[in-house]
Ligand binder design. Structure first.
Ligand code: LMR
Length: 338
């Protein structure tokens, strides 16, 4: 008769076997799937990688972070659903992607020209206004951990975009934000919501005529191969909220959670430090490619853009909240008057 060795051992040394399986359980790493839609060599891609390194090191291998970049797992809308369902544990969607979730207030970040400087932005993201916004995610089963910077957006198309009149009739790809929708309509364009992963193909095939993004996203998705003109307009901001599935997060052993919080803090510092450099380098690379003509608005042209786009703030008061817009403006004003 053959005797099962494990069974035999458990009869002879029951405590040893129990100890071994508890030990094995303790060694099984907690896996965090971190999905995102941009390339690895972008501010978000690099910050995610930095978070992974720090988290795995400080938890001494008890946590494994698996990063899935470039919409490899999910596109824009699906990744939000996957997070809520617990199919992935961590994301860093752009702040323009929270409206469809029912948290419209995040669209305050999309208002044209709302942040005169990065300093004004940081006062919001690192202050009470930013913390209150992240808290709104809890009702959706999401915990907001931090804001990661990217940068101010450029506009592109196959025709030069110098004045608002140049946008007339253009089909512009946008993120799913009503504020950006209004912004494009104010310019006389037709906004079209598309997932980030589909933008390059849509530009190449003429499904849309143009788009907006910071230079790093533009270059790393090879949009410069599909767009002949780019205008450095800095008309709006693009950044991220780092978010986790709340149930998963709350269920972590507290020591591990605190290690991960520290890793997020450090990755946030890093993200905000490299964002501008990454965008500057991308701008140089676009220039060097010779495929896209780069145009800088004159002061007079910028005034014209502002005249057309700033009224979007008023139009969006009912959606975003007048008090919130005023609070952001107050923070921004503090940096100007300093
Ligand atoms: C976009 O969809 O245009 C960007 O928000 C993508 C990203 O995550 O930076």
């Amino acid at each position: 008769m053959r005797i099962n060795a494990a069974l035999f051992a458990s009869v002879l040394f029951p405590f040893a076997v129990v100890a071994t399986s508890v030990d094995a359980l303790a060694q099984t790493p907690i896996v965090i799937k971190f999905s995102h839609v941009v390339a690895s060599d972008t501010p978000k891609g690099k910050a995610a990688q930095r978070f992974k390194e720090l988290a795995e090191k400080t938890t001494k291998g008890r946590v494994r972070i698996e990063i899935y970049p470039n919409s490899q797992l999910y596109k824009d809308k699906e990744e939000m659903e996957a997070l809520q369902l617990g199919a992935v544990q961590m994301l860093a969607p752009s702040l323009a992607k929270f409206g469809p979730l029912g948290v419209r207030e995040f669209e305050v970040f999309d208002l044209p020209y709302i942040f005169p400087t990065k300093e004004a932005l940081y006062r919001v993201t690192e202050g009470q206004v930013g913390r209150d916004l992240l808290k709104k995610l809890e009702a959706k089963g999401i915990t907001g951990l931090a804001y990661w910077d990217n940068g101010f957006k450029v506009m592109s198309s196959n025709r030069p975009l110098k004045s608002p009149a140049d946008f007339k009739g253009l089909r512009m790809r946008i993120q799913p934000s009503k504020v950006i929708d209004f912004q494009m309509r104010a310019l006389g364009a037709y906004p079209q919501v598309l997932s980030f992963g589909d933008v390059y193909g849509a530009l190449k095939n003429g499904v849309v005529d143009g788009t907006e993004n910071p230079p790093s996203n533009f270059y790393t998705q090879r949009m410069h191969e599909a767009q002949r003109h780019l205008t450095v307009s800095n008309h709006g901001y693009l950044g991220y909220a780092v978010i986790v599935n709340k149930k998963f997060w709350d269920g972590l052993p507290s020591g591990i959670r605190s290690n991960l919080e520290d890793a997020v803090k450090e990755a946030t510092r890093y993200a905000n430090e490299i964002a501008q450099e990454e965008n500057d380098a991308a701008m140089e690379a676009i220039k060097k490619s010779g495929k896209t003509a780069i145009y800088f608005l004159s002061d007079k042209e910028r005034e014209e853009w502002r005249r057309v786009l700033v009224p979007v703030h008023k139009e969006m008061e009912a959606r975003i909240g007048r008090d919130l817009i005023a609070a952001v403006n107050r923070e921004a004003a503090m940096t100007v008057s300093k």
